[in-house]
Design a binder for this molecule. Structure first.
Ligand code: SF4
Length: 352
């Protein structure tokens, strides 16, 4: 892809590109051609989905061995099709995040020409590279904003960039980070917009296994990440914010504030809350720690904040639905405490 025609290894490394899609068309990719979960592309697709359940910090681009390039390429649309068939939007977001993170890991090791080519040809970026300037990449501010506006850190704000003639000057690391956002959105929308998938008979069992796997992942992630806090006692609003966060969805500032305040008020240690944010997204660790400590009243104005009450949650569109128990409370915290009592009475004591 650096001036020459892309090779099968390029397609396998960057299967989301237009050229890779064209290659798949040439190969004649069809889901119904796969007859067993043991076939290498299917097994690899399964692996892609299973790996997407891991915390983002653990994502490393897998090696592509000589001779396995075509399997690797085929496994990408297969993984997307299987995810669609599972029908779990949480899985879709995780898979898009995982694939985008793998792409980022690979792009970090690429020469600048290839990065520019991928960005221009696939996402229409106005991006150029000049090795003599520092930083060496120039990206049109509209492309910059479309992706960087999702980042909360001050260092990404447009006012803090070197801007000349409508172009932002960027390091390779930053360009690749912005590309990761594009790749994530592209993959997520591909899964969301894909028509319903008719899974061939021999792969139906695999889809059921993946359904069960991801249902289990939700529980385990909650248990591991939340420690002593009891996820099963979360009200629908906090469960939804939590899963949006862990699924990589960009939740509004007020949502992050109220979820953090909720976790602090349940007694979750600061380090665990910070770890939760940093392991499931790539928020800046130092900044996240400061913000969590601020909400906990340990720095700044020294006020320990409480999560929004139900009325304000509704005003901000953060109350997804009321459950029976919701009718008896006025705040998510009250819901949690009541639910813990109910669970304890029912013989399900808290974790130790
Ligand atoms: S009613 Fe209150 S506790 Fe229940 S989901 Fe809505 S905001 Fe949360």
């Amino acid at each position: 892809m650096s001036g020459e025609e892309p090779t099968i290894i390029d397609h396998a490394r960057y299967p989301f590109t237009k050229q890779a899609s064209e290659k798949l068309r040439q190969i004649g990719f069809k889901l119904e051609d796969f007859r067993s979960p043991e076939e290498p592309p299917v097994a690899r697709a399964r692996e892609r989905i299973e790996k997407s359940a891991k915390p983002l910090k653990e994502v490393k681009p897998p090696e592509i061995f000589q001779g396995s390039e075509e399997y690797e390429l085929l496994s990408f649309p297969l993984a997307l099709a299987l995810a669609k068939a599972v029908g779990d939007s949480y899985l879709w977001r995780r898979l898009a995040l995982y694939e985008a993170r793998v792409a980022r890991g690979r792009l970090e090791a690429e020469d600048p020409g290839k990065i520019v080519k991928i960005a221009v040809e696939n996402f229409g970026w106005k991006l150029s590279f000049n090795g003599k300037s520092h930083p060496p990449f120039r990206l049109h501010f509209a492309d910059y904003l479309r992706n960087a506006s999702r980042f909360r850190e001050e260092e990404w704000k447009l006012v803090n960039q070197r801007l000349a003639g409508g172009y932002v000057q960027l390091t390779k690391e930053r360009v690749v980070r912005l590309l990761e956002e594009e790749v994530k959105r592209l993959i997520q929308s591909r899964i969301e917009r894909a028509p319903e998938v008719e899974v061939p008979e021999p792969l139906r069992g695999l889809v059921e296994e993946l359904k069960a796997f991801y249902a289990g992942v939700r529980k385990v992630l909650s248990r591991e990440e939340l420690g002593r806090v009891r996820f099963e006692a979360f009200p629908p609003c906090m469960a939804s914010l939590y899963f949006d966060l862990s699924g990589g969805r960009d939740i509004p500032h007020i949502g992050r504030f109220t979820l953090t305040a909720f976790l602090i008020n349940l007694g979750m240690p600061i380090e665990e809350i910070v770890r939760l944010y940093v392991s499931v997204t790539d928020f800046d660790e130092r900044m996240t720690k400061y913000q969590v400590e601020h909400i906990a009243g340990l720095v700044g104005g020294k006020t320990r904040y409480r999560p929004l009450n139900c009325g304000r949650m509704k005003t901000h569109g953060l109350c997804p639905r009321e459950e029976e128990l919701c009718k008896r409370v006025r705040s998510p915290l009250a819901y949690y405490r009541l639910k813990v009592k109910q669970l304890s009475k029912a013989g399900r004591p808290g974790k130790t």
